[in-house]
Design a protein around this ligand. Structure first.
Ligand code: ZN
Length: 524
């Protein structure tokens, strides 16, 4: 395709839901800041090994980008005065789409999002685990005004909506009028281009919902072209029941489902990935549109209270069982504890030892001090196994997502994508390179129903990453979670270079994306 045959109608579909009157001109205006006169009209990436995102074998090609799109692939020669970028020895892939990212607040404070673009992420999706910005439109506007380096989209959070409908009285099943109110709120969010409904059923507000409530809301999301993304009710001993509930919701609501951060998180279920996968495979054979994501770490990061699933946080028996289930107090590291910040970085076992009390007593003390201070209290739990992680990653329906984000306190926030490419592809051979790239690009795009992102082809958006497959690796650690990875050479968002030779360029061409992956047009 030549540039001259490229029409704006083709690339920009304005969102009727957001505007009473939408014409392509308005949408074009929304993108105008990308087309400043200093930027070349087109450029050519030469001698790249292209991983096109589909999982197809790598092939050598030159790739031309004009404005925000890929416009040519093949044995192309540079035009007169056209800049070229030499990608010899490097892999060119679609930019990574992180479907589970917690940068809602981080992105507003840090719109360059260095830890994200340094990994090759070009689109991040927030509003996960039932918790989303609200109103969606106000947050999207604030992001638009902030000008971010990468694209963003958001889900509507079930807990966010549930709290709006039930206020502080949420520790019970919702009454029918409350469910109807939640449906109305969700419908409003869908009109504001939410990508679907997310839930976090292991967390306080969401955990009190019934399956019927979730089915009603998932139906509403489905009717509006959304999907259901869920942190299921239990990732510990009751993982299998929670998985079955998720599948029931998907079947009853006829909705595509994204299973967030698939894991088997306690001693009682560790090593059972094959049985877990079998249940999902059976559902997929029955026609359930089930995909999942997984982060490449054997440790989770969550609220202090998530540890005790029966919510008896000060009951010594419940706490003792919970600690045994994760393999003991040495597997729990305090990440933040605002009443006593110096607890951070220590294991629960270490804190108990220095206080000369039992592990159980130490946990209960943290709960009491934390509750009294309304504290920020989060922990990292090392309780998954590599063999389960490998089994999950080797399923064609499992994609890569970080569950991290800007300023994350877990190394997944700055390391996820390079870690999969360096550790799981190059060092351990769990995945081929094209398959790993597919899990970072076209698979999340497929989940979101996006056709023009997550692939390299003529007419697709030029969200691109150039990396060195021989050196790419994460460097973030539990002690230093923001350390940047190496091996990501260049990153382009909507055709604009945002990451170059180890540094951000300062450009911030990110767009708000709605359903379909189209830029949301917020003018007026
Ligand atoms: Zn979660």
């Amino acid at each position: 395709m030549t540039f001259s045959s490229f029409s704006f109608e083709q690339i920009l579909i304005p969102r009727k839901t957001l505007r009473a009157i939408s014409v392509p001109l308005f949408a074009v205006l929304a993108l105008l800041p990308l087309f400043s006169p200093q930027r070349p009209r087109s450029f050519l990436i030469t001698d790249a090994r292209v991983a096109d995102g589909t999982g197809a074998p790598l092939y050598k090609a030159n790739v031309r980008v004009a404005l925000s799109h890929v416009v040519g692939i093949g044995e192309l020669q540079p035009e007169k005065d056209e800049p070229t970028i030499d990608a010899r020895g490097l892999v060119l892939a679609p930019g990574f789409i992180d479907i589970h990212n917690h940068s809602e607040d981080g992105l507003v404070k840090d719109p360059l999002a260095e830890t994200q673009i340094a990994q090759g992420i070009t689109t991040l999706i927030v509003g996960a685990d039932g918790d989303s910005p609200w109103p969606i439109i106000a947050w999207l506007r604030s992001i638009e005004q902030t000008h971010t380096s990468l694209n963003v989209g958001t889900f509507a959070g079930h807990a966010t909506i549930r709290e709006l409908a039930m206020h502080k009285d949420y520790k019970r099943a919702a009454a029918p009028p409350e469910i109807r109110q939640m449906e109305q709120l969700l419908s409003q969010a869908m009109n504001q281009q939410a990508l679907g409904l997310s839930s976090g059923l292991e967390y306080d507000v969401g955990s009190y919902s019934t399956t019927d409530e979730l089915v009603a809301l998932a139906k509403m999301a489905a009717e509006n072209g959304g999907i259901y993304m869920t942190h299921i009710r239990d990732e510990a001993d009751k993982s299998f029941d929670a998985l079955k509930e998720e599948i029931t919701i998907a079947e009853r609501a006829h909705i595509p489902v994204e299973h967030s951060h698939i894991k088997l998180g306690t001693v009682g279920v560790q090593g059972k990935a094959a049985a877990y996968i079998k249940i999902i495979e059976d559902a997929r054979k029955r026609g359930v549109d089930f995909l999942a994501d997984c982060y490449p770490y054997d440790a989770w990061h969550a609220d202090l209270k998530v540890l005790v699933p029966d919510k008896q946080y000060t009951n010594p028996e419940s706490v003792a069982k919970a600690l045994a289930d994760v393999g003991g107090a040495s597997h729990i590291t305090i990440v933040e504890f605002s009443p006593n910040p110096s607890d951070a970085g220590h294991t629960l076992a270490d804190l108990a030892k220095s206080a000369k009390i039992s592990d159980v007593e130490m946990y209960i003390r943290l709960i009491r001090e934390g509750d009294a201070a309304n504290a920020e209290a989060t922990i990292i739990g090392h309780s998954m196994t590599d063999s389960d992680i490998k089994a999950f990653y080797q399923q064609p329906w499992v994609m890569v997502a970080s569950d991290g984000g800007v300023a994350a306190l877990h190394p997944r926030g700055a390391g996820t994508f390079p870690r999969v490419l360096g550790l799981y592809v190059r060092e351990r051979h769990w995945l081929t390179l094209p398959e790993a790239i597919r899990k970072m690009t076209s698979l999340p795009a497929q989940r979101l129903g996006w056709k023009d992102r997550g692939v390299i082809r003529e007419g697709a958006f030029a969200d691109l990453v150039i990396f060195n497959p021989d050196t790419i690796i994460d460097r973030s650690t539990y002690a230093n979670p923001a350390a940047l990875p190496t091996g990501v050479e260049r990153v382009f968002v909507n055709g604009v270079l945002v990451w170059d030779a180890g540094k951000p360029t300062g450009e911030r061409p990110g767009l708000d994306l709605g359903r379909g992956g189209h830029p949301i047009e917020l003018l007026n």
